[in-house]
Ligand binder design. Structure first.
Ligand code: ADP
Length: 156
């Protein structure tokens, strides 16, 4: 029997950006299912409410049955195993991302070797986009539309 390929794309997505969208769209052909998983942490609320953040992404992918939205509050690799996901997706923008992701990826592998982390290089035009920069633009009343997927209108 063919093993199914299920990926978890974890993050805070506070908010989801065009960089995140691109990672999902580029990797869709590789998987039967991609779970966009919002790490929720009771002691770290986030800037945009979790419910809104999740709704924006489920609206964005409403015509794409392979994309599923979920949230979790434990270890990412435990969530992957619980969901039967054998791949964990992460995007790399900079060398700093690489150093940080390398550390997490190696620890995750030590905990759950059955979950393979896949790193994707971001497109050059997306490499400067981060959720924290988008939040900063929003806070100061700037136009966030070039940085978030079409159809997402940010509000707290
Ligand atoms: P976290 O809080 O786990 O860092 P983020 O929501 O900031 O979560 O990011 C989730 C994932 O998306 C991470 O792997 C991050 O490197 C990646 N990512 C963030 N911004 C971009 C971007 N502009 N292009 C590609 N990948 C990105």
């Amino acid at each position: 029997m063919k093993t199914s390929h299920i990926a978890v794309f974890p993050g805070s997505f506070d908010p989801f950006t065009v960089g995140h969208e691109e990672i999902v769209r580029r990797t869709l052909p590789l998987f039967e299912k991609i779970i966009v998983a919002f790490g929720s942490n009771a002691s770290k609320q986030g800037y945009f409410p979790l419910k809104k953040r999740m709704l924006w992404v489920s609206d964005l992918f409403k015509d794409e049955p392979k994309v599923v939205i979920d949230s979790y509050d434990g270890l990412t690799v435990d969530f992957c195993v619980e969901k039967g996901a054998n791949f964990l997706l992460r995007g790399l923008r900079t060398a700093a991302d690489f150093e940080y992701e390398k550390m997490i990826g190696q620890v995750n592998r030590a905990m759950r070797p059955e979950v393979e982390t896949l790193f994707l290089l971001t497109k050059p035009e997306h490499s400067a986009i981060s959720s924290s920069i988008v939040r900063e633009i929003y806070r100061h009343g700037g136009d966030t539309s070039p940085f978030v997927p079409k159809g997402i209108i940010l509000e707290t």
